[in-house]
Design a protein around this ligand. Structure first.
Ligand SMILES: Cc1cc2nc3c(=O)[nH]c(=O)nc-3n(C[C@H](O)[C@H](O)[C@H](O)COP(=O)(O)O)c2cc1C
Length: 329
């Protein structure tokens, strides 16, 4: 089913945005051709944009960005509810939009604006912004005036003609979202992309020596056949102890993966490839490290891919009885 988010673009105490979004939602839920969900920026507090790379790069460093990206990625289209602040859209909405790129691109969007004069300047700028993100902005615009559509400039009582415009706007957003949805990646492609992103997250967490970040990437009952003894490391705490050991070993850690091949099923997936840990050791010497073979087995748990088994090895020189540590992929 096509999924549409109704995004509330203001967060200030006493805002009218929540009333407007509720009105849109009450109208929208009568439809049977899409499901609608209100997304409130108050539930997704984001600092002023603090990602080092532009969103276009698709490599989000912060957990709050990844969580926001996952929220927006779930939807096929949007109705953005925006007030007008000083002839423009609210900074909080602009900031939330600026955080992401791929999650917006190609999706339909419609605007419901409000303000003293209907908020049309905000809607116009929002349209320009969304078009820049290669979203497909629908033509109908609902524009509510504080003077005529809010009783005592406080309680929303929209004129009847706005209901018709809202219905037309929703018709367009739903139709274009359904079209876009048909062209969006299959579940398998999306899963493969999620698993590829998992390796970006592992790399980032290792290089940041972020044990809590790593904890979120493994299943709690992981069985790890890591490179060093014993034969197995059972459970997330044992796995994290290994990483903690690495982090005391190195002042600065670098981690690199290469030639990753993902095989993805509905509930399980596996990846094989090569990995290399390097960096600056505690005594100040730098090392490029050795390439190891690595296999990662994933399970989908509560809709998130987590590593539930990994195996790291080097080939054995059988006659010499030693591991071969100088091979390169
Ligand atoms: C900082 C600020 C600037 C505003 N500037 C405008 C404006 O330029 N044009 C307009 O029509 N209304 C303007 N207004 C009125 C708002 O559109 C109106 O207060 C609206 O309810 C704000 O949305 P909110 O209640 O969801 O925060 C402004 C309000 C605020 C708080």
């Amino acid at each position: 089913m096509t999924r549409i988010a109704i995004l509330i673009g203001s967060t200030r105490p006493g805002r009218k945005g929540a009333q407007v979004a509720r009105w849109v939602q009450e109208r929208a839920v009568r439809r049977e051709d899409a499901v609608f969900e209100v997304i409130d920026l108050l539930d997704h507090p984001l600092p002023h944009l603090d990602e080092p790379l532009p969103a276009l790069a698709g490599r989000y460093q912060h957990e709050h960005t990844r969580a926001w990206a996952e929220t927006i990625a779930r939807f096929d289209g949007f109705v953005m509810v925006t007030p007008e602040y000083n002839a423009s859209l609210p900074g909080v909405l602009k900031n939330a939009i600026d955080y992401l790129y791929a999650e917006w691109t190609g999706k339909a969007v419609g605007f419901v604006s409000y303000g003293v004069g209907g908020g049309t300047l905000a809607a116009r700028q929002l349209r320009t912004l969304c078009e820049l993100l290669r979203m497909s902005a629908v033509t109908p615009l609902v524009s509510l005036s504080l003077k005529t559509d809010f009783k005592d400039q406080a309680t929303l009582e929209p004129g009847a003609h706005h209901v018709d415009t809202l219905d037309t706007l929703l018709d367009h957003v739903v139709a274009q979202s359904a079209e876009g949805r048909a062209a969006t990646p299959t579940q398998r492609e999306a899963d493969e992309a999620a698993i590829a992103r998992h390796f970006d997250r592992i790399t980032d967490a290792i290089q940041a020596k972020d044990l809590e970040g790593l904890r979120r990437l493994y299943a709690s009952d992981i069985v790890s056949f890591d490179i060093d003894p014993p034969l197995q490391h059972v459970g997330i705490d044992a796995k994290l102890r290994n990483w903690a050991k690495v982090f005391t070993f190195f002042q600065e850690v670098t981690y690199e993966v290469r030639d990753l091949v993902h095989t993805v099923g509905e509930e399980v997936a596996f990846t094989h490839g090569f990995g290399r840990l390097g960096g600056t050791l505690a005594d100040g010497t730098t090392t490029g490290g050795m390439w190891v073979r690595a296999t990662f087995c994933f399970r989908k748990i509560d809709d998130a891919w987590l590593i539930s088994h990994d195996q790291v090895s080097v080939p054995l020189d059988v006659l010499g009885g030693k591991g071969v540590v100088d091979l390169k992929p």
